[in-house]
Design a protein around this ligand. Sequence first.
Ligand code: PA5
Length: 357
Amino acid sequence: MTQQFDLNNFEGLCRLDSTGMIAALEGLSAQCNQAVCSILKDVELPNIEAISNIVVTGLGGSAIGGDLLRVYTAGRISVPVTVNRDYVLPEFVGPDTLVFAVSYSGNTEETLSAYEEARSRGASVMAITTGGKLGEMASRDGVPLVKVPSGCAPRAATGYLFIPTLGILQRLGMLPDLNAEITGMISYIKELHKTIGPESPREDNVSKQIAHKLYKKIPVIWGTTGTTEVVAQRWKGQINENAKAPAYWNVFPELNHNEIVGFEYPLEILNKIHVIILRDERDHPRVQKRIEITKGIIKDVVDGFTEVWASGDGDLARLFSLIYTGDYASLYLAALYGIDPGPVKVINYLKWELAKE
Ligand code: PA5
């Protein structure tokens, strides 16, 4: 029997990680800082008089920043924010729409197609990318371009891809000055890194403990609509892409109206499920009550459940506290499986096969 990887073995963790995913995650606070201080400096703003809706179009690691924007701005902005993960855009997109076309590589075909469609509908478009075809198209079309540094995986570039959208909306006068909130979040994740980063021992490290709980189990991540929903989705994606393992997510209160009924059969599969419940003390009191009742329903059926609470001051810090904890947990889970978290061969294979036509 092979011995389980020791998560306290820092050198071993780094050896498995050929593309520097750990270093990129360690650099999240610096990345957000760079996004605030320099990336947006010379960016032109679109010339749009009245914005009735905002669409972020992108896929995978380039789309999650859109969900962060949607959730974070829901109570702060008076127009709807929609995330589009498709070749085509919703019918409502038109001259009063601000479209952020986000692709870290700049070569994702769905995003390129949506970009063209946004242009043909007369929407105001901004491109956020390291370059690629999207960068070329934006330069060709005179579309404002937010050029972000290359060199990491899209899912490790959340600071670069998300923070500029906040900055742009702030500059357009659609959001208040978020400087204090963003710098508060940056300091908070720096602090958090000390306890969940790779050099913090398992005994004190919540992310390492979570990875052990998820090892050889089926992770099911539950968040709450309007707050931790985006985190649940992020955890799922990070476990898939970093640990190369299945994971599923859902949200309260909706899951109380369907998914929860499915915890009776088959027991041999249910026994393998480990549920992560993402909690925030700011969630609606009735949702908190639902979570308590739900824990009682699943407790004797599943392998177990773990509650992970948001921490920090300010909504942004709270969201990122959970994202950071899950991102690290997914890297540690990859190490427990003895695999390199960076490469996503299957995604590349799909893109390569599609590019043949
Ligand atoms: O994390 C990943 O590598 C993927 O989810 C990509 O983000 C996704 O395939 C889209 O590519 P890009 O972010 O370059 O547009």
